[in-house]
Design a protein around this ligand. Structure first.
Ligand SMILES: NC(=O)c1ccc[n+]([C@@H]2O[C@H](COP(=O)([O-])OP(=O)(O)OC[C@H]3O[C@@H](n4cnc5c(N)ncnc54)[C@H](OP(=O)(O)O)[C@@H]3O)[C@@H](O)[C@H]2O)c1
Length: 302
């Protein structure tokens, strides 16, 4: 399982609009700092180390990277690291970003962007990544309010050629239905993992039915969220991991990939060894019995 020879291609592919990606991707939120993301006192990560993780990911076949302009620590920005590590970008690389949330230069959270402010966030991301258009932009929201005005503003930027494809993040099914009345949606990026309640599993199914990618975040971190991976994995996860000779984190990741061919993983790490393990998960096939054991933990925290 930890063989350096397993590439992201082992996970299979999915199409985000007209762009084909391997189902194992990479999330850049962990790169700017050690420890908790967005923590005021976080220690910035060594630039060369972060760059080597990004380059190794691409060498291992990762061609879907998730990022955001608000992923930064005092001295590092995820987008600057991606630009430094990977530009000029390969034609097959899809960089997905998200707009809505924002932080001031000192790192303090700002109110979410209004429809009129989204263009500025898109342009900021273009500058940081050194690109003329963005492959996929997710509107990341909080709450249950209508997204029509904000998604409509992004649809205009898509029409203008600044954005190739649109997605949504942290949304409920009614948001997806609302967005689809305005423009095509290629992905939904929500928190999801072992132990997810049935309404979330139903949303994953609904996305698949509509050929929309479902991209879970915190599928390893679970309840650790911004703080990082949890240490107290459930007995079920530990039992399956032990039997397969892999880590609990790998089992958590593998479970997500087994929720449908449209589920794309974006595990985040600043650790080269973890990166190799995460890519190798694409070749791990769980049996029906193993999935039943893992699903028996559905209503717990994971
Ligand atoms: N749309 C949104 O609202 C939203 C919110 C959060 C995140 N995201 C995106 O989703 C991505 C994934 O989320 P995430 O990075 O928080 O969570 P994750 O992939 O679920 O877990 C990352 C945590 O697990 C550890 N880890 C990773 N691989 C491991 C392995 N093989 N063995 C043991 N530990 C491992 C990491 O630490 P090490 O660095 O030590 O490996 C880190 O603490 C983010 O990077 C970001 O791009 C989106």
């Amino acid at each position: 399982m930890t063989s350096q020879k397993i590439t992201a291609a082992a996970s299979g592919t999915w199409k985000l609009g007209d762009r084909t990606v391997n189902r194992i991707g990479f999330g850049a939120m962990r790169l700017p700092q050690h420890g908790e993301a967005f923590a005021a006192n976080a220690v910035p990560r060594d630039r060369d180390q972060a760059i080597s993780v990004l380059r190794r990911a691409v060498e291992l076949g990762v061609n879907h990277i998730d990022t955001a302009a608000f992923y930064f620590s005092r001295l590092r920005s995820a987008n600057e690291l991606i630009n430094r590590a990977l530009a000029p970008y390969r034609d097959d690389l899809v960089i997905t970003t998200k707009v809505g949330p924002g932080r001031d230069p000192a790192g303090q959270w700002l109110p979410h962007a209004t429809a009129g402010q989204l263009r500025g966030q898109v342009e900021e991301t273009l500058r940081q990544l050194g690109r003329d258009h963005l492959d996929v932009v997710n509107l990341r929201i909080v709450g249950t309010d209508s997204i029509a005005e904000r998604f409509g503003a992004l649809a205009e930027l898509r029409e203008a050629g600044l954005i190739r494809h649109l997605g949504l993040s942290n949304v409920r099914p009614h948001h997806l239905a609302e967005a689809l009345r305005i423009a095509p949606v290629v992905c939904v990026q929500n928190m999801y993992g072992i132990g997810a309640p049935s309404e979330q599993r139903e949303f994953v199914r609904v996305c698949g039915e509509q050929r929309i990618a479902f991209v879970p975040f915190y599928s390893i971190a679970g309840s650790g969220r911004t703080a990082g991976a949890i240490a107290d994995h459930s007995p079920e996860v530990r039992a399956v991991a032990r039997a397969r000779g892999v880590s609990a984190a790998q089992i958590r990741l593998a479970w997500t990939l087994h929720q449908g061919p449209h589920v794309l993983a974006i595990p985040g790490t600043g650790d080269l060894g973890h990166l190799v393990q995460n890519v190798a998960v694409g070749s791990l096939r769980l049996s029906e019995d193993e999935l039943a054991v893992l699903d028996s933990f559905r209503h717990a925290t994971g």
